[in-house]
Write a protein that binds this ligand. Structure first.
Ligand SMILES: *[C@@H]1O[C@H](CO)[C@@H](O)[C@H](O)[C@H]1NC(C)=O
Ligand SMILES: *[C@@H]1O[C@H](CO)[C@@H](O)[C@H](O)[C@H]1NC(C)=O
Ligand SMILES: *[C@@H]1O[C@H](CO)[C@@H](O)[C@H](O)[C@H]1NC(C)=O
Ligand SMILES: *[C@@H]1O[C@H](CO)[C@@H](O)[C@H](O)[C@H]1NC(C)=O
Length: 231
């Protein structure tokens, strides 16, 4: 590696190395921040551990259900950020679970539910304070000692508001809401859910694109300064 770098340096190709390192580091940092649902789970767990409560297991099955639920609740966002979702409760077992590839026998207890919406994209930390921290009822769900697992789903309804959902369960960890084949068969067309490494399929993409444009501008600048490109 060092030899290659030295070779490149002596050939005045050092700028390519810089550009590569810059692109690589933005890609890596983007990778870690691509799933906003996972970030919200981390923030919930930080808040819990700061209060000496047990960390919640990030359950992808719960996350997948949360995302499905939000997709079906689109168009019910009110101006104060609450949602008037009136989908049948049976849809959890009859629609969302099968869509996620969750076997009915592993469908556990949904012991808490928080939903919220915002017209603009919120960073996960803002979503925590504005959606979860909005009242005592939602905060008490985060602080519930009986909770063992959590899942977050996030989706933007067609050019409309961003919909967030946090689901809690109090079952034995990793024994319920089990996704078939670890969830590998689940096509996540829109939005994102926690417990997977799959990046969000909307929202954050814009930032990635912006990053790449900035890299190109930066590269041209470096090329120009190093006298390779004469504008
Ligand atoms: C809600 O979702 C359905 C199905 O995905 C879609 O046809 C409809 O346009 C959506 N409505 C809104 C308001 O986003
Ligand atoms: C939000 O608005 C809905 C009706 O649009 C109302 O029922 C609810 O109480 C309001 N919530 C808060 C916290 O103001
Ligand atoms: C947990 O989050 C709530 C809502 O933002 C905040 O009021 C509280 O101080 C936080 N607790 C800890 C220990 O960080
Ligand atoms: C549950 O599963 C996750 C992911 O496979 C693992 O990291 C975690 O340690 C498991 N927890 C328990 C209590 O088995």
């Amino acid at each position: 590696m060092l030899v290659i770098m030295r070779k490149l340096c002596c050939c005045k190709y050092w700028f390519i190395v810089i550009v590569c390192i810059a692109s690589f580091s933005t890609l890596v940092s983007a990778k870690n921040h691509e799933n906003a649902a996972n970030e919200l789970v981390n923030i919930i767990n930080e808040n819990r551990t700061a209060q000496k409560l047990q960390k919640l297991n990030n359950n992808p099955g719960l996350g997948c259900i949360a995302l499905q639920y939000m997709e079906e609740c689109n168009g019910t966002c009110t101006s104060n950020g609450t949602m008037k979702c009136q989908t049948p409760e049976d849809d959890f077992t009859e629609v969302y679970a099968p869509n996620c590839g969750i076997e009915l026998p592993t469908f556990g207890t949904l012991s808490g539910r928080i939903v919220g919406c915002q017209s603009k994209y919120l960073k996960p930390s803002e979503a925590f304070t504005q959606i979860i921290g909005r009242d005592q009822k939602t905060l008490s769900l985060v602080k519930d000692k009986k909770h063992t697992e959590v899942g977050v789903g996030l989706v933007r309804s067609h050019q409309g508001p961003f919909l967030w959902c946090v689901l809690f369960s109090n079952d034995k960890v990793n024994s319920t809401f089990v996704l078939e084949g670890g969830g590998k068969g689940i096509k996540q067309k829109r939005g994102c859910f926690s417990g997977t490494n799959t990046p969000c399929s909307s929202g954050k993409k814009i930032h990635l694109l912006l990053n790449n444009i900035l890299i190109v501008i930066f590269s041209v600048f470096v090329f120009y300064v190093s006298g390779i490109v004469h504008l």
